[in-house]
Design a protein around this ligand. Structure first.
Ligand code: WTA
Length: 655
């Protein structure tokens, strides 16, 4: 996206002020902005006091060696103790931590904080039995079941960083993550439910480990029985969760760890083929997750029932389904399945039944519900809702207003929260009790965060103009580095402008200085709120024996935000590729990365538009994919190429 496009935004005049009662009782008020501006580090110290520390820090921030930050230096704490034990010790053991709802009807379980504590201790003891020590990495490849949260917390309790791999990723994607972080244990399940059908997970773990061979450091695979389906089971390496964990003691005394001890590694797509391992550490990350969850969602722990619909395999699941809510002693909903199983009203039925008060989801889901029609949510009583949140991609004003009116009954503030795997926690968002929200705008950096929009030279742009979204000051939940690659960390995020963090989004400041996030300006796509790298999908395509070259772009899509469109040149020997070539290539991408990366559209072309230096001009391919007039072709080595491609596109069918 170029600056011109960025600046060229339609005007949106609607404003939604917080209801008076909401504003009067809000956790965060306008004073917080002033406080944080006056004394930013002091403000963060106050937020860190939400946690229970075994040893208090002696310095808030060490920024002597940027971009390598240390927060709450010298402080010591245990993440799992903060999420679970302390609530039980303080007498809240009987409070429900999770209402877990399985996809099959009537498959549900409510888990109290004291039950959660027992299970986390048992799982921690089991991991110790399997030889896990502080610092060892544990990979988690699971469906959305309570054991997944238990497994994460058990790792955190032992100081063993977890790396949760989204259950929709393929064996190959899993293998590269297991290898990169040299995981010692994999925790998985036989399978999970998807649209009523058991779908296996364990075979993908076996395939990943077989593929890695001696490059894997995995000693054991701990397997939860969820579906009961038949899976391969190796008597030496594989261990059943119900056999090992259930027999453990519910007592486990936890150790405290340094504030900067690694808590987890979350892999995310970058602009190259290799996923990046984003490293989050303990004290700062938990401070950021807890503060934002309390402040942006205006959490009233005594009365709210909170539901974040993200999968635990993404950062949103980490910060706003596990760590933030548990630290804040929240009662949450966790739902295993998809929104349309067994029927399209499933989410609204859950909200009605459990009295959900806060819902946090992605624009893709909202647009899908819009498409399904108002009569579906109308069948349910959604009056318990008092706040709605959106994350993962820009929300278009129509979807925002629909969400507010149809789901929120016109009463609920909507917080459009901008953040990233790298930032660990929400950075730019309205405050629900303060902001006069504008549909489509993430508004302002929250108190404690210093964000800006800058031009190519790194200078702050005036109101009413577009540029790049940056963060000017370090913040507690920032990524500390890329796992095993300090150099790439510096180059990727800190090299464009001196002293500023940039992770690839374009944005506009409107006349009031409010921020409108416009999407990625690098080769990263956002499909249904899932981050995918164009290069990674291109590599997957090129690894197919019939493919000579491939170029991938993210094109606008009404429902998924962006969709993957691929342009492929076949090898001579492959001829026309055969009648099933498109399906064959789509399946190949699904095997290489996961079904989420399957191209919506594949065009077999004879040439790709390249500059004289050989760089593919994705901008032109995006024009074709979005059915636009093709832009300036003067820098192409061969300007006739686009005619061929455009003709090809108009005759190809989408599937
Ligand atoms: C995009 C998800 C517009 C953005 C938490 C960012 C958004 C990427 C918003 C990070 C939003 C996230 N408005 N765009 N409210 N929230 N994004 O790492 O492009 O999976 O860079 O983190 O999602 O995706 P990630």
């Amino acid at each position: 996206m170029d600056i011109e496009t960025l600046a060229n935004l339609s005007r949106e005049e609607r404003r939604f002020a917080p209801p008076a009662e909401f504003a009067a009782n809000a956790n965060l008020t306008a004073v917080a902005y002033e406080e944080a501006t006056r004394d930013r580090l002091g403000f963060w110290e106050k937020q860190a006091e939400r946690l229970t520390w075994d040893t208090r820090w002696d310095r808030v921030l060490d920024w002597s060696n940027p971009p390598f930050a240390k927060w709450f230096v010298g402080g010591r704490l245990n993440a799992a103790y903060n999420a679970v034990d302390r609530h039980v010790e303080e007498g809240a053991g009987d409070k429900v931590a999770f209402h877990w709802i399985g996809e099959p009807a009537d498959d549900a379980r409510s888990i109290t904080y004291s039950e959660l504590k027992d299970e986390v201790c048992q799982a921690a003891n089991a991991l110790v039995d399997l030889g896990v020590q502080a610092g060892d990495r544990v990979a988690i490849y699971m469906p959305m079941i309570p054991e997944t949260v238990v497994a994460m917390l058990a790792c955190a309790r032992l100081g063993a960083p977890h790396t949760v791999v989204f259950g929709g990723f393929s064996a190959e994607a899993l293998a590269s993550r297991i290898e990169d972080c040299q995981a010692k244990i994999v925790i998985t399940a036989d399978g999970g439910y998807r649209r009523g059908v058991p779908s296996a997970l364990k075979p993908a773990v076996d395939e990943a480990l077989a593929k890695l061979g001696s490059r894997s450091a995995v000693d054991h695979v701990l397997v939860v029985r969820r579906t009961g389906q038949t899976i391969p089971f190796d008597e030496v390496t594989d261990v059943w969760w119900h056999e090992l964990v259930a027999s453990q003691s519910v007592e486990h005394t936890c150790e405290s760890f340094d504030s900067e001890h690694p808590l987890y590694v979350m892999y995310t797509s970058g602009t190259t083929g290799a996923p990046k391992g984003i490293l989050h550490t303990t004290g700062g990350y938990l401070t950021g997750a807890a503060y934002t969850h309390w402040g942006v969602f205006d959490l009233k722990a005594e009365t709210d029932v909170y539901w974040c619909t993200a999968d635990v395999g993404w950062v949103t699941g980490h910060s706003y389904l596990v760590y933030g809510p548990l630290i804040n002693r929240t009662t949450s909903v966790i739902y295993e399945g998809v929104p349309d199983s067994p029927h399209k009203g499933r989410w609204w039925e859950i909200i009605e039944k459990y009295g959900v008060t806060i819902l946090y989801t992605a624009p893709t889901a909202i647009r899908t519900f819009m498409k399904w029609g108002d009569e579906i949510p109308a069948k349910h009583d959604l009056s318990s809702l008092r706040l709605l949140g959106s994350v993962g991609e820009p929300i278009n004003p129509e979807a925002y207003v629909w969400y507010r009116e149809t789901i929120g009954g016109g009463r609920t503030p909507v917080v459009d929260t901008w953040w990233q795997t790298e930032t660990g926690a929400i950075m730019v968002s309205p405050l629900p009790g303060v902001s006069d929200a504008k549909p489509g705008s993430a508004m302002r950096a929250i108190p404690g965060i210093v964000a800006d929009v800058v031009n190519d030279e790194g200078a702050s742009v005036p109101d009413g103009t577009g540029g790049y979204l940056v963060i000017r000051e370090p913040w507690p939940s920032m990524l500390r580095t890329l796992w095993g690659d300090d150099q790439r960390f510096k180059e990727t995020y800190w090299s464009r402008w001196e002293g500023m963090y940039f992770a690839g989004d374009g944005a506009k400041k409107d006349e009031d200085g409010d921020v409108w996030v416009l999407g990625r300006v690098d080769d990263v796509m956002n499909v249904s709120g899932h981050r995918l790298s164009t290069t990674e999908i291109e590599s997957a395509l090129v690894s197919h024996p019939k493919v000579a070259e491939a170029a991938v772009v993210g094109a606008n899509d009404e429902t998924t935000g962006q969709a993957v469109c691929a342009y492929v040149i076949l090898r001579e020997a492959a001829g026309d590729g055969g009648s099933d070539i498109v399906q064959e290539l789509r399946d190949h991408v699904a095997r290489g990365i996961g079904a989420i990366a399957k191209p919506r559209q594949i065009l077999i072309v004879a040439e790709l538009p390249k500059t004289r230096s050989g760089k593919i001009m994705r901008r032109l391919l995006r024009d074709v994919a979005e059915n636009r007039e093709v832009g300036d072709v003067s820098t192409l080595a061969d300007s006739t190429v686009m005619n061929l491609i455009a003709v090809g596109a108009s005759t190809s069918a989408e599937d």
